[in-house]
Ligand binder design. Sequence first.
Ligand code: ATP
Length: 320
Amino acid sequence: MVTLRKISEEIPLEAEFIPYDLLSRLEVTMNDFLEALNEVEPSALREVFTEVPDVRWEDVGGLEEAKSMLKQIIEWPLQYADLFERADTAPPKGVLLTGPSGTGKTLLAKAVAHECGVNFISVKGPELLSKWVGDTEHRIRDVFKIARLSSPCIIFFDELEAIAGQRGGSETNVTERVLSQMLTEMDGIEELRGVVVLGATNRPDLLDPALLRAGRFEVRLELPVPDAESRRAIFGVHMRTKPLAEDVDLDELVRSTEGFVGADIEAVCRRAAMAAISDFLEGDGAKDPASLKLERRHFDSAVESVRRLRRTGTEPAARN
Ligand code: ATP
C-alpha cells in the first residue's frame, strides 16, 4: 500500500489503464516496509506472552492440598475429557488463590502449568490498566484471545483486585466496564476447552462478588502462612543445591522462623549464601570455591535480618 500510494499520484484519474512504465516501476522497497511498520499496531499485547514455566513440583515446599487440587482441576479435564463428557459436566473454569504476600501463589501457578505441560500466560492486574478509554477492556479481550489460541493454557491474573474491584466505587465507570469485560470473557470460555483462569490476590475482600459466583472463580484456595512442617519443606527447596556446613541445624531454623512465609525463607537462604560468600572473600584462607560452605552463623544472622526487615521494612546500613 505504501508503494502504491507513492505512485498513485502519477496515475491520471481519467485513465482506463495504468501506463506500463508506471507499473514496471512498482517495487516494494525496504523503506516501504519500515514506513508500514509505523502504521501497523501490534494486535497482541506486548506484555502478554505465552510460556511454559520452569518451576517444578519439587520447587514448591508444602502446600500439598493446593497442589493436588490444582492438579485435578487442570490435569483431569485434559487427560480424561471423555469422562467429563460422559458425566455431562464441565471442570471449574476459574480458581482463586488467596493468602498473604509471599506464600507462593505465583510459584504454585507456574508449577502447575509446568507439571501439566500447558501454556502459561501471566498478567499482573495493574499492568493491564490503561489510562485510555476502552483500552483496558481491549487488553483483557486480547489476553483471552491469546489464551484461546494457545490452549491448553492457564491464564494467571496476579493482583486480580486491581482489575476486578467492587463495582460502584469509581466515578468514571471504568471499574464497571473492566469488570464486566472480565465476566463476559469468563462466561464465554465454555467453548474454549483447555483454558483455566487462575487469579491471585492478597485482598479477596476487594473483589466484586460477581466474580466469585459459580462458573467463574468458583474454587477458592487459601494458601496459609506455612506451619513448621511446611517451613521445613520450603527450607529443603532452597537449601537443596547449597553447600551446607555440618553445624547447620534445620530443626532450629524451622523453630526460629515461625510466621515467616515462603518468600522470607527464600530470603534467609539467599542472605546466608551472600554472607558466606562475603566471609569467604574476606578470609585469608584457601580460595578454592569448592571449600565455600554456608554455616550456622550465616543462617542465624540472615534470620535476624529478615525478621528485622519484616518488622520495620528497612535494612540496617551495615551488613547484618
Ligand atoms: P505476592 O502476593 O506478593 O505476589 P506470592 O504469594 O505470589 O506473593 P510468590 O511470588 O509465589 O508469592 O513467592 C515469592 C518467592 O518466595 C518464590 O519465588 C519462592 O522463591 C518463594 N516461595 C514462596 N512460597 C514458597 C514455597 N511454598 N516453596 C518454595 N518457595 C516458596
